[in-house]
Design a protein around this ligand. Structure first.
Ligand SMILES: Nc1nc2c(c(=O)[nH]1)N[C@H]1C(S)=C(S)[C@@H](COP(=O)(O)OP(=O)(O)OC[C@H]3O[C@@H](n4cnc5c(=O)[nH]c(N)nc54)[C@H](O)[C@@H]3O)O[C@H]1N2
Ligand SMILES: Nc1nc2c(c(=O)[nH]1)N[C@H]1C(S)=C(S)[C@@H](COP(=O)(O)OP(=O)(O)OC[C@H]3O[C@@H](n4cnc5c(=O)[nH]c(N)nc54)[C@H](O)[C@@H]3O)O[C@H]1N2
Ligand SMILES: [Mo]
Length: 785
């Protein structure tokens, strides 16, 4: 671990810092030459899809695109370390639970299926057949299949996801909570009724042609580093790049391309954003509404900025929105956005005068109570100038996990459309359950309340990624059985049900051999490109099963006696699974043929053709009032009366050295944090106003309706170091997952259920010496840090 320090970062994103960091991650994982070969195969036509982010690649055929965080993701999977049965023999689960998330994953790849033995509080090896029999026994003993919960993380391939949803529906439930519920769910919920698709409409070619790129609440320098290449190129040819973010993010300011010899030799770099608007957390709605109001005002004065032909031919609802915009108050917009009227007007002018524009957004938009309304505002603004379905223009929600979009396409969805169920019924000869299932937040409540009894996870780290950590843990511990299909040891394996299984699987980088020979799987990126991914490394252990094979064998053990699906035959050759996918989804016509072409193919996107698959067959404008009843508004209204209590709004985000709950290291280079993660970024005037100083340790407590008004607040996370930062007053930022105990389970995005983990109302108090452990959370690794 590097030395603890806070040091302002003045270099560009990328550059030599990135190269140094890559070397360190390879050394950490004991990867030598083999690792280097592995890296060169990432995102090549005959290699594997990078398990990092969902940003697309140029034809999957370019020379290796350098990506620091892609390297870390690959290195974490291709590590030479092993977490075998010896590790579990050495430690009780109680001991493992005291270790940090970093330590758990750092033990390396899991090698054997393991079962929890309560008598000795240890995981011990189990044969695969016995593991499947155990799961089947539990599932078949449930009086109602809806008492079982099947989670999915977005790394599962299309083939694995398709078989999984089929198995679970044949078993009898739509309980499919997934990581998407915590991620881009509001994007789909917002866009589908508006333009008929819940995905982005742009391609990389649009990035080459656009006049302006607007980036809302996304940190590409860390989370989608390959996107910086597109932004840099766009900047160099004169496109405007406009960022909206409460934090000054380095990767949005300057970038040095590690592949550009001149930049590297001269320590040069390219600016990224031409304009940077440091709005208040959750202020995007007000900014975008203000931008639209400005355009309406100019329009009413005679500057023809709106695309009336497009509006007339393709949309409905414009007049109602126009009236709403005219009536909106600038005072409210300024107050709620944290920007001055002049700044909002300036942003609107850039947009109004750009021939074409792309809007990108990430978690800074989707993880609020009012996320769906904000996304509809973004789409409204695009529609006003006909910026959907033409060159260089359109929405670009940037997805997280490398196949999270594909998993949804394959039917991992707790609210399946009736048409999908009808087709499944026809193709596979069974009657699928019709009632909607539980999403992530509902699944947690169901387990906590004793209504969810078996929890099965295809990947991910449910115990750490979800909100209200200790409520989630109560739920998992109440289960009769918890099962995790996984590559590495994580928090979810040590917070388990009465019985528990850890089932190790192959990763994307590994060779997958079935009866029909070596297999590839397919994935869909953020721009709807579907392509094949083939591993090149020998498996981490001979015991590992591929995810499709594992699901098939589990299906045979559980429903083999009544299912008509030829499970084992399907996984002998994944081309057979793809034929079934084609039989269910029209967009996958000639799937095997089309995916054999290097680079794969693009799925049809009706909105990009200006075909609107909505109820009205038009694209729709939606008017919404400025949200003034968010959790922070309510907390301030309640506590504001109480003398000097200051309610802050806290956003939770990723450091540069993590992949969601996987902690690669303890540095956040671009934000100047080294050797530590328990920090909270705060404006220096707020530190002074609190009577504290930079570097003081504080405890963070959530202000929430179910917690009472004062000392008895139940959600807290202790011992975080104050770091003075360029962030608006009243706003705070800290890393997830350490801050997940602060996110109330019922604080979610309206109409999407996504935890509002970017806007948590909190108060800060000086950290006092640790009191003797009382509550569960105080004894946990999370509280110690
Ligand atoms: N290396 C790496 N890559 C990843 C991941 C990872 O953890 N590590 N995770 C993957 C996943 S699953 C996802 S979903 C994506 C996540 O990628 P991002 O969407 O970039 O997610 P976050 O890191 O949470 O950062 C959100 C950004 O939004 C800003 N923000 C917060 N609140 C607001 C707000 O109210 N308004 C605005 N305008 N901005 C706000 C924050 O300051 C931060 O810059 O990345 C994927 N790629
Ligand atoms: N407070 C707060 N909470 C958040 C967020 C936030 O911004 N703030 N972000 C949310 C978002 S956007 C997301 S997407 C979720 C992420 O939630 P998850 O997807 O559940 O979490 P990950 O950390 O990505 O999962 C990591 C684990 O996946 C397993 N794994 C890795 N590769 C494979 C594989 O190939 N197969 C299998 N079976 N397992 C594998 C490893 O065991 C690893 O420990 O977290 C959400 N939670
Ligand atoms: Mo995500």
């Amino acid at each position: 671990m590097s030395e603890h320090k806070i040091e302002r970062y003045t270099g560009p994103a990328g550059g030599w810092g990135a190269l140094r960091s890559v070397t360190n991650s390879l050394l950490r994982q004991d990867i030598a030459v083999k690792g280097a070969k592995t890296l060169l195969s990432a995102n090549q036509p005959d290699g594997f899809d990078c398990p990092g982010c969902a940003w697309p690649d140029r034809n999957h055929a370019s020379t290796f695109e350098f990506c620091e965080n892609g390297v870390k993701a690959v290195a974490a999977e291709a590590t030479a370390r092993r977490a075998g049965p010896e590790l579990f023999a050495k430690h009780t689960v109680a001991e493992l639970a005291k270790q940090s998330d970093f330590w758990l994953e750092d033990q390396g790849r899991l090698t054997h299926p393991m079962v929890y033995d309560a008598a000795i509080d240890k995981y011990v090896p189990i044969e695969w057949v016995d593991a499947f029999a155990l799961v089947a026994r539990h599932l078949n003993a449930l009086p109602d299949p809806n008492q079982a919960i099947f989670y999915t993380s977005g790394r599962a391939s299309n083939e694995a996801a398709f078989l999984y949803q089929l198995f679970v529906r044949e078993y009898g439930t739509n309980n499919f909570p997934d990581c998407s519920n915590m991620c881009h769910e509001p994007t789909g919920s917002g866009m589908r009724p508006q333009i008929g698709v819940g995905k982005g409409t742009v391609t990389l070619e649009d990035f080459e042609k656009t006049d302006a790129i607007f980036i809302f609440g996304q940190n590409p320098g860390t989370n989608h580093p390959r996107m910086l290449g597109e932004l840099r190129a766009a900047h160099k040819r004169g496109a405007k790049i406009v960022s909206f973010n409460p934090l000054r993010e380095r990767g949005l300011e300057r970038f040095a391309d590690p592949q550009d010899k001149l930049e590297m030799a001269t320590l040069g770099s390219t600016p990224i954003s031409t304009h940077y608007f440091q709005l208040r957390i959750g202020g995007d709605f007000a900014v975008v509404k203000g931008m639209m109001k400005h355009l309406m005002e100019r329009e009413d004065r005679g500057d023809a900025l709106l695309d009336h032909a497009f509006i007339a031919e393709h949309t409905q609802g414009f007049e109602a929105l126009a009236d709403d915009l005219r009536a909106e108050s600038w005072d409210v917009l300024e107050q709620e956005s944290g920007l001055a009227q002049a700044q909002i007007r300036a942003a609107a002018d850039i947009y109004g005068e750009a021939g074409s524009a792309i809007f990108c957004w990430g978690m800074g938009i989707t993880q609020h109570q009012h996320s769906v309304a904000t996304i509809q505002m973004l789409v409204n603004l695009l529609l006003m100038r006909g910026n959907i379905g033409r060159e260089g223009a359109g929405p670009c929600p940037v997805r997280g996990h490398s196949n999270v979009q594909g998993d949804r396409t394959m039917g991992i969805w707790e609210k399946p459309p009736a048409a999908l169920l009808d087709t499944l019924a026809k193709v596979f000869g069974f009657e699928p359950p019709r009632e909607p299932g539980l999403d992530t937040v509902e699944a947690i409540a169901a387990m906590r309340d004793g209504k969810g009894k078996v929890f099965f996870a295809l990947g991910g780290n449910f115990a750490a990624a979800t909100p209200d950590t200790y409520e989630t843990w109560k739920g998992l511990r109440r289960c009769d059985l918890t099962v995790h299909v996984t590559t590495k040891l994580n928090r979810s394996h040590v917070v388990h049900g009465r019985e528990a299984l850890i089932l190790p699987c192959l990763g994307r980088t590994e060779i997958d051999i079935q009866a029909g020979g070596p297999q590839g799987v397919t994935v869909e990126d953020s721009m709807s490109m579907v392509h094949i991914s083939t591993g090149i490394n020998p498996p981490a252990s001979e015991q590992l099963l591929s995810e499709p094979a594992l699901v098939a064998r589990l299906a045979v053990a559980t429903i083999g006696h009544r299912s008509r699906t030829p499970w084992l035959w399907l996984v002998e050759d994944y081309a057979r699974i793809r034929d079934k996918i084609e039989a269910v989804f029209v967009d996958f016509k000639d799937f095997n043929l089309r995916v054999a072409v290097p680079g794969g193919f693009r799925l049809r996107n009706t909105a990009s053709e200006r075909v609107w698959a909505t109820a009205s067959r038009k694209a729709s404008f939606f008017a919404h009032p400025v949200p003034r009843d968010t959790p922070s508004h309510r907390a301030r209204a309640r506590l504001g009366k109480k003398g000097d209590t200051v309610v802050f709004t806290l956003l939770t985000t990723r450091s540069h050295d993590q992949y969601n709950t996987t902690i690669y290291g303890h540095d956040d280079r671009y934000r100047g944090v080294f050797g530590q993660r328990r920090v909270v970024f705060i404006h220096e005037a707020d530190i002074r106003a609190l009577g504290m100083k930079d570097g003081d340790w504080v405890d963070i407590q959530t202000v929430w309706e179910d917690a009472g008004d004062g000392a008895d607040m139940v959600r807290r996370a202790d011992r975080f170091k104050l770091v003075a930062y360029d962030i608006p007053r009243g706003n705070l930022a800290a890393y997830y997952p350490e801050t997940n105990p602060l996110v109330p389970l019922d604080s979610v995005a309206v109409n999407a259920g996504t935890p509002a983990s970017k806007s948590i109302p909190v108060i800060l108090t000086l950290h006092t010496a640790p009191v003797a452990a009382k509550a569960d959370h105080e004894a946990s690794a999370y509280a110690i840090g």
